[in-house]
Design a protein. Sequence first.
Length: 464
Amino acid sequence: MVGKILIPEIKNMIEARNFSALRELFADWPPVDVAEVITDLEDNDRVIIFRLLPHDLAADVFEYLDVDAQQELLRGMAHEQVVGILNEMSPDDRTALLEELPSAAARQLIRLLTPEERRVAQVLLGYPEGSVGRRMTPDFIAVHSDWTIREVLDFVRENGEDSETLNVIYVVDDRGKLLDDIRIREILLQPLDSKVSELMDENFVRLNVTDPEADAVNVFRKYDRSALPVTDTNGVLVGIVTIDDMLDVAEEEATEDIHKFGGMEALEEPYIRLPVSTVIAKRAPWLVILLFGEMLTATAMAHYEEHIASAVVLAVFLPLIIASGGNSGSQASTLIIRAMALGEVTLRDWWRVMRREFQAGMALGAILGFIGFLRIAVWQVVGQQMGHEMYGEHWRLVALTIGLSLTGVVLWGSLAGSMLPFLLRRLGADPATSSAPFVATLVDVTGVIIYFSLAVLIMRGTLL
């Protein structure tokens, strides 16, 4: 927040070429605040500020920038500075940058790395896209079970500076196989001559390099950990994943789901930076699909055209009926999709969910049905007192039709909205695809059929 307040002052310093004052201003700032200021500046000013930063601070700031800003800075920096930044970046952040670049540009940057950093980068990029292997870092502290606490602390002092986190120490055997993880707090509280093996309980949680990122988020959430070890198929410890990386993944997953809830393809970049043509391309396919779905609604209504002509009052309540069903379906689909994302519901729970939604849908439908019936009754009584009957002599049949239709449509919407995510998950598709607009469109078509079928059944021989 302080950085945003100082933006005008910083711009004035840049125009006045007062570089010494700028260098002094940023010297004691946290990297994340410097990154926030750089993001709010014009491209040319970003490069100027970045070149003024001390080398260590520049590397830390670079990691807090989004990929677009990183690429822009790389194009504006001198060759030596690019080399320094890339080699100083943490392996997981560097992998996130390289995988977003065109392959030719990524290869060019990889050639700028030192042999050791190049090997690390190539290993991480070799894991499947969207896997834990792409998010992990090989910078961690690993010790052996026969070490004393004194030896562990000495090792941490000598090698801990480059570690991603020191909150957890990992125990491995001579082949690098993970045996346990121990919180640093437990180590600090032990006598210096005690052995690491005395602290081990071999009760630990780990991830596999090929595990999907989304699954890793659920593991972090379940076990409330700040870091988790990552092993290969042989159980060898190859890296760790920290909570900050998983928060990024969780944000990406939530953003993608929200976009799909709205009935569109997910945006890979911030909305404001996307060309209008890309936004149109992301939204148009779903709008076209939904349009065809609504055409089915029109077709269903055309089938009952004669009945609408005979009882015009039915058309008055049609929007109310189909909107209530769509709202109910959207509620149910949102609840189930979110429960699936959090791991609260799995495929095997479909029957339990159906029973719950049947009960909920019936109750909700009865509530709305009663309100719909009451609305017609009240309007009719008030109209009679004013000398004008709103719904004629058969108003009770109209009220009964509306009440039962609301009950049936809301019940059907709840069942359809809750079961569609299960069907998509069973077919291997993303449950979030069963977005609110999609469910609403589906329920619209069936709602018309339910409404007019009940109307024909109840009003036959009177209005119809």
